[in-house]
Ligand binder design. Structure first.
Ligand code: GTB
Length: 215
């Protein structure tokens, strides 16, 4: 049975790999699982056929036979549980890697997304100039804490894991703010993640779909 995921018909990021199908593609590439992609438009995402797969009308989704999943945390966790390569065998190390997945999604990602909202969607509001520095500081607090924990290690807890995949995917969303450059070890961590062959394959696959047509 072929695994099928959904992705934007054309991502608004023009192929920068910021849409969340990239992290699912990456996980599948890391474990060597082939997959198919069904592209969906913004309109189709809100129609009953897609809502049956994803109650919030979003991408990505994951289908494998009669299993249908949504939420990238659940999807990447499922992939990592079923295939070797993304979670350690040792039970305690495995639990720690899973902890980092949750940390990425529930502690790091919210302020980073809030900053994206403030900088891109609320920038014309009269209060934007006051709000943006406040949100930037909330992101800085988390980057600072993460930077201290990572120190000079390559990965968050020993060998690279699904925790790193998720953390790097979340950090990517903060890069355009410039804040990541204040933390050289985090910038290097992200570069290390992006240099992984599995990430490169995932990135290139989404780029083929999303890059703007040549002028
Ligand atoms: N918590 C869910 C998960 O992790 O799976 C969030 C899923 C989600 O936000 N999906 C977005 C979506 O479908 C795409 S990734 N949005 C359409 C909608 O809600 O109607 C978010 C995203 C979108 C665009 C860019 N970009 O262009 O830079 C980056 C990220």
């Amino acid at each position: 049975m072929t695994i099928t995921i959904t992705a934007f018909e054309r991502s608004p990021d023009g192929g920068r790999g910021l849409a969340r199908d990239t992290r699912v593609r990456w996980a599948l590439e890391e474990v060597g699982q082939p997959y198919a992609v069904r592209l969906v438009s913004f309109e189709a995402m809100k129609e009953p056929a897609h809502l049956a797969l994803h109650p919030f009308g979003q991408i990505p989704t994951y289908e494998d036979g009669d299993l249908r999943l949504f939420e990238t945390g659940a999807i990447v966790f499922h992939i990592a549980e079923r295939h070797a390569g993304l979670l350690p065998d040792d039970a305690k190390a495995r639990a720690r890697a899973i902890t980092w997945m949750f940390a990425a999604l529930s502690t790091m990602e919210p302020p980073i997304l809030e900053l994206t909202t403030a900088r891109f969607f609320e920038v014309d509001k009269p209060w934007a100039a006051q709000r943006i520095p406040l949100v930037e500081d909330r992101v800085r607090i988390r980057l600072d804490q993460l930077s201290r924990r990572l120190g000079d290690a390559d990965w968050l807890d020993g060998a690279v894991s699904a925790g790193d995949l998720m953390m790097a995917s979340v950090l990517l969303r903060s890069r355009s703010s410039g804040l990541l450059d204040e933390y050289p070890n985090l910038a290097a961590y992200l570069a290390r993640a992006e240099a992984r062959p599995a990430y490169r394959r995932a990135f290139e696959a989404q780029l083929v779909v999303n890059k703007p047509p040549a002028a």
